[in-house]
Design a protein around this ligand. Structure first.
Ligand SMILES: CC(C)(COP(=O)(O)OP(=O)(O)OC[C@H]1O[C@@H](n2cnc3c(N)ncnc32)[C@H](O)[C@@H]1OP(=O)(O)O)[C@@H](O)C(=O)NCCC(=O)NCCS
Length: 187
């Protein structure tokens, strides 16, 4: 069954605007403090942020969504999609910890799934930590399922291999997929 979602009160979600892009790396950096040090060591954390050029390109491609607080008006989270194995892939999702646990992460993911429906993709994939409550179990609660190794596309396998090269323990990582039948068609 398709998930339904609502935008938490006091916030809006929409495609990123030009003036918001420069504010997003700091949101990613702040959200990374949620990860235990044993999962993302400090050294790796320092170098793991997405470059500003990634955000600019994602905005131009209309694959970058921002969660905004309304008062005072400011971006507090974002989700970025890319194409992987010719499918939709959630590349990064971040919410400022001070605005966490209010449903913004869920609303961003489902907004991106709604885009994937509109664009006619068969699924929305991602890679994440299998054991952290706000990663694997959070996505499972939205209907994402683990992708068995034999069903992983070449580019997803390459993404997992790159993560391992960068220092993430592969036994903690998982690829997941949300099937089209579970994409919402409206908030
Ligand atoms: C993942 C992330 C974007 C979720 O954002 P969020 O706005 O807090 O998410 P939601 O409020 O929609 O939370 C949905 C559910 O996820 C789980 N969850 C989220 N944060 C959690 C936390 N810190 N501890 C335990 N469970 C958590 C809960 O089940 C929560 O529902 P509940 O609050 O009703 O219990 C945010 O935690 C974050 O930026 N994390 C760091 C970056 C990251 O992990 N990105 C995803 C990588 S694939």
């Amino acid at each position: 069954m398709a998930e339904s979602y609502s935008i938490p009160q006091g916030y809006s979600i929409g495609l990123a605007r030009t003036d918001e892009v420069a504010l997003l790396p700091a949101i990613e950096e702040a959200s990374e403090n949620l990860f235990p040090l044993k999962d993302i060591p400090l050294e790796l954390r320092k170098n793991s942020g997405l470059p500003l050029s990634f955000f600019e390109q994602a905005r131009l491609a209309q694959r970058l969504w921002v969660a905004r607080a309304l008062d005072p008006a400011m971006p507090v989270g974002f989700g970025a999609a890319i194409l992987l194995d010719a499918g939709a892939h959630l590349h990064q999702l971040s919410v400022l910890p001070a605005h966490g646990r209010r449903g913004l992460g869920r609303a961003l993911v489902l907004e991106i799934a709604r885009w994937a429906r509109k664009e006619d993709f068969a699924s929305l994939t991602l890679t994440t930590f299998r054991h952290l409550a706000f990663n694997g179990p959070f996505y499972a609660s939205l209907g994402f399922e683990p992708i068995p190794v034999a069903h992983q596309g070449r580019e997803i396998r390459a993404a997992l291999a790159r993560e391992a090269e960068q220092g993430l323990d592969p036994s903690t990582r998982i690829a997941m997929r949300l099937e089209r039948a579970r994409f919402p068609d409206s908030p």
